[in-house]
Design a protein around this ligand. Structure first.
Ligand code: DX5
Ligand code: ZN
Length: 224
């Protein structure tokens, strides 16, 4: 199980400390939410922030692009230090080509789905993706409530991924409203990368990360 704190929920006046606290607290990846004010209403970070994060951590940087025409930023973000780039299916008419391009750039090629988008949108790209992100909130802000319908979507995505050859199975990531309270449920539904913003930065990052991880890794209770 991988835990990826989202810096969107950190105190941005102390970004370097927030990234270091996540790394020292046991984070596996750092999740950076890039928003352009068009695909989603909010505006957040660009390549310079990814570069600043890169300077203070050796962890993989997972760039979640909530932008229109994401391909215009690929080279810039990879050059800045992103090790994974996730684009939204809703913003990518040439999805297959763009995932291939990310693979050629040597990063994890991720594809994200909004809560209102059918998993069928991925039918032709399961094998081209290095990561599938099932959004569990409508993207735009940290601190929103987890949408319970995401569990069924994760189960469906997990079933589809498990049909693929082992060496071409993408990560199954979930993002939005993840805390220690629902980490076990999303893990049992098949997620293997848990993004958490306020769930980590709403308190002490180390204890929050530990609580999320231990909930996610706790064995499923046996049925009587
Ligand atoms: C939502 C972002 C998420 C968000 C997660 O638009 O993609 O990564 O920052 O924050 P929480 O965990 O607070 O929902
Ligand atoms: Zn995100």
């Amino acid at each position: 199980m991988l835990v990826a704190p989202s810096i969107l929920a950190a105190d941005l006046g102390h970004l370097a400390e927030a990234v270091s606290a996540a790394e020292e607290g046991g984070a596996d990846w750092i999740h950076v939410d890039v928003m352009d004010g068009q695909f989603v209403p909010n505006l957040t970070f660009g390549a310079d922030v990814i570069r600043a994060v890169r300077r203070v951590t050796s962890l993989p940087i997972d760039a979640h692009l909530m932008v229109v025409r994401p391909e215009q930023y690929f080279d810039e973000y990879v050059d800045a230090g992103a090790t994974g780039v996730t684009i939204h299916v809703e913003a990518a008419p040439h999805l297959h080509r763009q995932l291939q391009r990310l693979g050629e750039l040597g990063v994890v090629a991720g594809v994200a789905l909004n809560p209102g988008t059918s998993l069928a949108a991925l039918d032709a790209v399961w094998e081209a993706a290095g990561l599938v992100l099932v959004m569990s909130v409508n993207p735009g802000w940290a601190g929103q409530a987890f949408l319970p319908g995401s569990l069924e979507r994760l189960r469906s995505a997990r079933a589809r991924i498990d049909e693929l050859p082992v060496d071409s199975r993408p990560y199954l990531q979930v993002d939005g409203g993840i805390t220690a309270a629902n980490a076990a449920a999303v893990a049992r539904a098949g997620a293997d990368v848990l993004v958490s913003g306020s769930g980590v930065y709403g308190g002490d990052p180390r204890s929050r990360i530990e609580a999320i991880r231990s909930a996610a890794e706790e064995p499923e209770p046996s049925r009587p």
